[in-house]
Write a protein that binds this ligand. Structure first.
Ligand code: SF4
Ligand code: SF4
Length: 213
């Protein structure tokens, strides 16, 4: 009897790493995550993605990894950050999975948990873009560009600016870039409305992610 119990405990211990809590976590906390279990691993999304040769993991593989419980590998991957939202995969998926939304949802969840890869350029850009446009309700192109150029330091920023000087001058002449935007810039007329909208979005997200949802 004791021998049987020991064997049972050993089996449970051996199976523990394969308990798939991660799929449940994705279903509960990632936007459209409840669709992941519908993937039939046909590979159409992987073959349709223009980024196919550059992915660390294709959407097909990411969904397989989620189902296999590979939490750290998925959330720490830069694959989701490579998605350009072209929707090629979505229109071709035979199971109609909202693949683009799921990929962005996983990226956003990884960022929220602090598990997203730190030096990923799309992540850097997303953070800068979000901070930029939510400050005034409008995108300040000059500050956004400068933020990106100078993110690796003064020298790198000036080098990049010098390389792009002709394009920048062209944009200024065409009225597409205003140097005075650096000292403030235009904003939305309804700051309070924008702030209320963002708060509402945050509340809805928190509500969706609460255990009682
Ligand atoms: S196309 Fe759809 S069903 Fe096929 S692997 Fe991709 S997500 Fe899964
Ligand atoms: S939406 Fe994203 S994942 Fe889908 S095909 Fe385009 S780049 Fe690839």
């Amino acid at each position: 009897m004791n021998a049987l119990r020991t064997t049972g405990n050993q089996s449970a211990a051996a199976a523990a790493p394969y308990r798939n809590d991660f799929l449940k976590e994705v279903e509960a906390r990632v936007e459209d995550g409840e669709w992941v279990k519908m993937c039939m691993q046909c590979g159409v999304c992987a073959g349709s993605c223009p980024f196919g040769p550059y992915w660390e993991h294709t959407p097909q593989k990411i969904f397989m990894m989620i189902r296999a419980g590979k939490r750290a590998e998925v959330l720490g991957s830069d694959a989701m950050w490579m998605c350009t939202s072209c929707y090629n995969c979505v229109v071709r998926c035979p199971r109609k999975l909202p693949i683009t939304q799921i990929m962005h949802g996983i990226a956003s969840y990884a960022q929220e948990l602090g598990m997203a890869p730190k030096m990923q350029p799309t992540r850097d850009f997303s953070i800068q873009f979000w901070n930029n446009c939510t400050t005034t309700g409008r995108v300040n192109e000059l500050k956004l560009t400068m933020g990106l150029y100078f993110k690796d330091g003064l020298v790198a920023g000036f080098k990049q600016g010098w390389t792009m000087r002709k394009i920048a001058l062209g944009l200024v002449k065409a009225g597409r870039l205003n140097p005075f935007e650096l000292f403030g810039g235009h904003g939305s007329k309804d700051h309070k409305g924008i702030a209320a909208m963002l708060k509402k979005a945050r509340d809805l997200q928190a509500q969706r992610q609460s255990p009682n949802h």
